[in-house]
Design a protein around this ligand. Sequence first.
Ligand SMILES: [Zn+2]
Length: 432
Amino acid sequence: MIPRTSDIRSAVLGQKPEVTELFDALRAGSQVGAGITRDSYGAGEQFAHQLIAARAGAMGLEVGRDHAANLYMTLAGSNRSAPRLMTGSHLDSVANGGNFDGAAGVIAGLAAIKSLQQLGLQPNCDITTVAIRAEESVWFQVSYVGSRSAFGVLPAGALEAKRVDTGRTLAEHMAACGANVEAIRRGEASLHASSIRAFVELHIEQAPQLVEAGVPIGIGTGVPGNFRYPRMTILGEYAHVGLPRRFRRDAVLAASEFAVGLDDIWRMSDTSGRPMALTIGRYHTDPNAHALTKVAGELTLSLDVRAYSPAHLTELEAQVVELARDVEKKRGVRFEFGARTSAEVAPSRPELITALTDCAKMLEIPRMPLASPASHDTATFTVAGVPAAMLFVRNTHGSHNPREAMEIDDFLQGVSVLAAWLVAEATSKASN
Ligand SMILES: [Zn+2]
């Protein structure tokens, strides 16, 4: 029997106390100072994985881990060989971050599955909530480590990336958390697109667009692609503070001109109605060489540029390079771009956008389509060929900071949409 919409809603809303308690337990175990630190392949992430695995075990779900130590929590379906439905997100966080970025998607998956259990629904295929490892690229400066390892597509060299705080390699950190590094190195896959019917990731919104619109739920239109230069260096010449301007090769002024030029590129893109985002996350002179009375001879910065179409990204990168060449000529400096990483654009599957929108309508939950410029593991699923989409929950104060503020009532609206979608899929005749 297919559950009624009102029953799905009450099964989800009834979980408010235990969902709140689970978020609190997660916070209590990973609070460091004012914020949350769940370091990728480190103690913080380990704690979260153990807590969530125990909860899934108590729910009677099958709990398993793959060669990258990603965690899979599965409600068995009637046809176990049918491609499964998946949901979930990551459990790691940035240092001094918030409690909801990532974790909300994992707890949402468990809450949605629990509501199906309470409704006595046996799905026609397995339903899995995944807790993905190492989504936050701040730690190893590599994106989507857990999800790309699962699909066997972690780029060569990533395993040798050193964690910014410990100086130990990704391979060492993974091994310490029970991963099989050699299997990852060989490109073995634990997930295959052909065995996944669809993947939906719930995530807090990391900007105030839903707050501004007064709408609790966003249906993601896609995950932007990016190109990144984690360590770009501008080389000029250290000189005495008395050196006349015409002789100077000042790295700080060159970097400033570059930064303002980048902002112009963004402004023009906005003006022409093409969404993008551009961030210089690090920007510093060398503390061992800079001084009040010296012209700076070197400046190091990081650059992250993201957009929603491959053509736009190509165009933007050409503009960035052209700008750097202009600054070089004008200021007598040299740009070393350093290593480059990138991620493909991952548009949401239109039929999933429609399905999630229909579920929200059925539940009378206000929703809107949302272009969110953040990166998410959903992109890895999309690029691998899995039909995928995202659900965003309204959140005040952005993310990657301790002030993240998602209301549990908004979260439960998102879980309701997720649960309704799972019910619709898991009872549909077409896929039997
Ligand atoms: Zn996240």
